[in-house]
Design a protein around this ligand. Sequence first.
Ligand code: SRM
Ligand code: SF4
Length: 560
Amino acid sequence: MDNIVNENEVIKLGSNYLRGTLEKSINDDFTGALSPEDVHISKFHGFYQQDDRDIRQQRKSQFLEPYFSFMLRARLPGGVCSSSQWLALDSISHRLGNGSIRLTTRQTFQFHGILKHNLKPLIQDINQALIDSIGGCGDINRNVMFNPNPRQSELHQEVYQITRQISEHLLPNTRAYHEIWLDGKKLEQEDQEPIYGDSYLPRKFKTGVAIPPDNDVDIYTNDLGFVAIAEQGKLIGFNVLAGGGMGTTHGDKSTYPRLADELGFISTDKVLDIAEDVVTVQRDEGDRVSRRHARLKYTIDRLGVEKFRQLVEKKANVKFKPAVEVKFEYQGDRFGWARGTDGQWNLTLFIENGRVIDSPEISIMTGLREIALQHQGDFRITPNQNLIIAGVAENQKAVIEKMAVESGLIDTKNSLTRLNSLACVAFPTCPQAMAEAERYFPSLISKIDELLERYDLNNQSLVVRMTGCPNGCARPFVAEIGLVGKGPGRYNLLLGGDGRGQRINKLYRENLNEKEILETLYKLFKRYKSERHDNEGFGNYVVRKGIVQPVIKPVEDFHA
Ligand code: SRM
Ligand code: SF4
């Protein structure tokens, strides 16, 4: 690769291991913003500068700077936090954020609306609750996802511990976070970054861990995936996957969503070495010129899977064995009570689009606070923006259920399709949003539900996902029905995910408004009702009937 690199590379390299001028920016009272360089560096510390897009024009016309605030995203491997940590988050969101908590599609939480002067107290408070935000964002490994459902208890616990180890192992080494936010002592010696080097990775990097048959983590969409392989309930190792990712750019055919390839099987003791070596091969081989092509998926397509596998094997001094055959059965979460093999009960609650806030209809924030005050076990955020009240003793089950019902957290009227739906944040905080998602999707789902009811299809659980732009934060490109924002009130409609997260969907109609979306789906549901095979999912049906062509090799097929 030649020596010309993009601006972000220069900023990272010159940041003195992620310090930049953050302290100065934070203390600058003349603006609610950070310096442009620190905006990039702040992501590695877990926060993003944003402005309220609803009032951007109004502020401009009043000659005011945009209404800047910050979003902070925590690192929470496997999505697990205790009841007391939940109570701390609740309190922090009211004191220092905008009074809501956002559960994300990567199994952690975000605070929105943090003013600059509140950032340091907020980071100190979450650390006080033993949660940090290092690597919540930035060009390093992000929150490591893992199946949160404690049903398969023993194996689950073992693999959860490995998930935590991966997250810890791939943390950056710099003391910048501790120095700037936690008033940690400045050490004499210079920082070293044995894994990342002084320029960190060319781009963000995402790792997931899955236990088949659950694909609730959408494992194939991660840069790096570990699929647990068990024999007679005992963990024997992992299939390693590499090169998944969702982000695309409208109109740029050189960008595409992609599913990860199988590199092969490894024993459990090799997991951390392999994780590190996949990361360092991407560090050295990834594109540092074009950020648009810098994700691992493009590195692998450029090098070829075989060459990439060899590079990792050489670094790790490990030979991959052939991957063990696995079967994933579904995406998304399973709701209601499930008993773990430890005899404890776990209650999965639907939190629409992950937004924890009280509204006139439903007291999500208050209800969860009341549960946390009683509950002795964990809270587990799912990779689908939902929440599990985990580890409930038999004698507490009725009490927890009563509180959940009274606050509206259990609503039997939600359709299966709504329960399975995901929408990203989009307006008003996301700077990339081209169309609404979180604020609009619930009403569109009600209309889609009506269409399904007309054809008596409401016992179907369709995977419908919406994003406000093609970055793909709600993983719309592995949905049976994906709606991707194109402009205000306009969406591309993609069809053909397989309901198990193992097939990329394909553009069916472009730039549709709501009326056009509903008319198009109405016609398709009508055909689906009469032509489908028994138990055939909608995504599989549209592919079988040739309504869309299957995407097998995204680099060639996605835009074809
Ligand atoms: Fe994302 C950027 C929100 C999961 C792909 N994502 C953003 C930003 C930070 C916008 C920005 O660039 O400033 C969004 C902040 C909005 C806000 O106000 O909160 C944002 N992404 C989210 C979250 C909160 C969506 C949600 O509704 O839950 C998810 C937080 C995950 C987490 O906890 O870490 C979120 N983002 C994802 C996922 C899904 C996943 O990882 O499983 C993807 C697709 C998978 C992937 O990475 O390929 C995703 N986000 C992106 C991209 C496109 C990356 C690419 O390769 O092209 C961007 C833009 C970028 O990186 O330049 C982006
Ligand atoms: Fe923002 Fe686009 Fe991600 Fe939605 S998909 S949160 S609009 S970056």
